[in-house]
Design a protein around this ligand. Structure first.
Ligand SMILES: Nc1ncnc2c1ncn2[C@@H]1O[C@H](COP(=O)(O)OP(=O)(O)O)[C@@H](O)[C@H]1O
Ligand SMILES: [Mg+2]
Length: 279
């Protein structure tokens, strides 16, 4: 049996919309919009769960709630059975160590003035990661994990290509020692050939480290390449969730069907892909 690492039940986020002048004057509360509406799913150790859906469907809000960059209004999130929403202080820091996020724009996690090596080392040291007192070896280990040469350590983010920069963002996240990686459109801005290389990296990291990955992407082709299971989101709701090949070949939900139909190319699927979950 696979081991559930992250569990989400009934997760909900309502954003208050800006009040109109009339509402402001009369002190009526403004309207609010449900960005994420009672979403539930589990993520197992070593599993890659894709989260797909159109723009504005609530993917980023959901991803950010998991590490409390956005505070949920309702719902339960647990990591290894421990409540993320109840965590404070040291416990919240520990949960944030266990779940790291990689964003579409690597500059949101990389300081442009810091060299690659310093960024990786600082990340490890702040979280007291083993080996982080031995600077060069620690940095090389994580550069090697993302298939970059040790010589990259002295470079600044601006001196790297988009793909290299995203690899560094992944290395920095790994240096913190996560068990869950949340990738929010992490390859969406890259060229297709670079995208494929990064997707292979995520697959390797899952295999080598037993990482669980929530892989958020609006491109179905990207999800098809990496995800064991896929959840389709529409208007804040997960309308369908299941094994990737099953959902893409036999969609049950009308929205999933329209999403697949509107995709520019047929979604390439590796028929031999099976759910590979580390025991
Ligand atoms: N900070 C915010 N304040 C108000 N509304 C927001 C905020 N963040 C997101 N939203 C709204 O929540 C909905 C979901 O957005 P988002 O989670 O970014 O979707 P996705 O990542 O799927 O494109 C959208 O309607 C968006 O406008
Ligand atoms: Mg988004």
């Amino acid at each position: 049996m696979s081991e559930t690492l992250l569990s989400v039940q009934g997760l909900t986020k309502r954003f208050r919309l800006r009040r109109s002048l009339g509402e402001f004057v009369t002190r009526r509360p403004g309207d609010s919009a449900l960005a994420v509406d009672h979403v539930s799913f589990d993520l197992a150790k070593g599993e890659i769960l894709g989260l797909a859906g159109g723009s504005g469907s609530g993917k980023t809000t959901l991803a950010r709630m998991l590490i409390r960059l956005v505070e949920p209004d309702e719902g339960v999130i647990t990591v290894d059975g421990r409540s993320v929403r109840d965590a404070r202080g040291h416990e919240l820091r520990e949960i944030r160590r266990r779940m790291q996020m990689v964003f579409q724009d690597p500059y949101s996690s990389l300081n442009p003035r810091m060299t690659v090596g310093t960024a990786i080392l600082e990340a490890g040291r702040v979280h007291h990661q083993p080996g982080s007192d031995d600077g060069d070896a620690f940095v090389s280990k994580f550069l090697d994990l993302v298939r970059l040469p040790a010589s990259m350590a002295v470079r600044h983010p601006s001196e790297l290509s988009g793909g290299q920069r995203q690899r560094v963002a992944v290395a920095r996240a790994l240096a913190i020692g996560p068990e869950v990686l949340i990738a929010d459109e992490a390859v969406s801005a890259l060229d297709v050939s670079i995208q494929t290389q990064l997707l292979n990296l995520f697959l390797d990291l899952r295999d080598e480290l037993g990482l669980a990955i929530l892989f958020v992407a609006h491109q179905l082709s990207v999800i098809a390449e990496v995800a064991d299971r896929v959840a389709i989101m529409h208007l804040g709701v997960i309308v369908e969730i299941g094994a990737t090949a099953e959902v893409f070949h036999h969609p049950q939900d009308e929205y999933t069907k329209s999403l697949l139909a509107s995709h520019p190319q047929p979604v390439p699927l590796d028929a031999s892909r099976e759910i590979r979950i580390c025991e």
